[in-house]
Ligand binder design. Structure first.
Ligand code: NI
Length: 259
């Protein structure tokens, strides 16, 4: 069954995104769909889905022997919960992607789920998504971040540095052993102010692949669930090369971060 989209950005929202590199939406799906998605989401984390295929990581790297991961992530959650593939969220994301990236933009098949446990849930370090990607490709891409409960500063809502998408990819480094994540390197200064973007359940934030972003630790008593999907037009080869030297270290540490 095809789900009909219900969301369309207005001119002001489109202009804001291009100017600032991010956008906040109060609603991209319904509270009913959030409830259904939450069930699927909690199930795959309970089942330890993705572990066998190496699709489950601790992004923060505190998963010492016998301790819970503080920033567990499952790649391609749709593979383990197919009901996540046919959602109003995805239908609306496709419309938004075409409006912001061009008519040929499509939503990626695989998303990722980042579950921030209460009290011990670690911060998602400041980064640009493109720092994880292929240095040889030119991207036209964005991510849509959907919380499956209200997202607040206390439980780790998204925070963005306005206009930072206009920068190139700055040096990053691996967070460390046992962590799959990257963080902007300390040599990068003058990065501007983060703007926290709390949103209700069913709302979403959208960010450009080079926008600096961060999410704080979960200091609340409830789990913070986020479900992220990406959208892009076809990536092209770059004329000017880049050197994402930090990825080698990231790959080594990623092996140790599998949960
Ligand atoms: Ni990111």
């Amino acid at each position: 069954m095809t789900i009909e989209p219900t969301v369309k950005l207005n001119e002001e929202q489109i202009a804001f995104y291009h100017e600032n590199g991010y956008l906040v939406l109060d609603a991209i799906t319904t509270t009913e769909e959030i409830a259904t998605m939450r069930q699927a989401y909690d199930r795959i984390f309970e089942e330890d889905a993705g572990r066998a295929e190496g699709n489950a990581f601790d992004l923060a790297g505190s998963n010492k022997e016998g301790q819970a991961a503080t920033l567990p992530q499952i790649l391609n959650p749709e593979k383990y919960a197919p009901e996540l593939s046919n959602t109003l969220y995805r239908a609306n994301a496709a419309v938004i992607a075409r409006q912001l990236l061009g008519e040929s933009a499509t939503v990626g098949k695989g998303g990722h789920a980042i579950r921030k446990p209460p009290s011990i849930g670690a911060a998602t370090p400041l980064h640009q998504d493109e720092a994880y990607w292929n240095e040889a490709l030119e991207y036209n891409s964005l991510s849509i971040w959907l919380p499956l409960q209200d997202a607040t500063v206390e439980n780790g809502c998204m925070q963005f540095v306005p206009k930072s998408h206009r920068l190139g990819v700055v040096p990053h480094r691996s967070i460390g052993k046992g962590a799959a994540g990257l963080v902007v390197d300390e040599s990068v200064t003058d990065i501007g102010e983060l703007v926290p973007c709390p949103i209700p359940a069913g709302g979403a934030t959208i960010h450009h692949s080079r926008t600096f972003h961060y999410a704080g630790p979960n200091t609340s008593s409830e789990v913070r669930r986020a479900y992220i999907i990406g959208a892009s037009t076809e990536a092209k080869g770059r004329k000017t090369p880049r050197d994402f030297y930090w990825q080698e270290e990231m790959r080594r540490n990623r092996e140790a971060a599998k949960v």
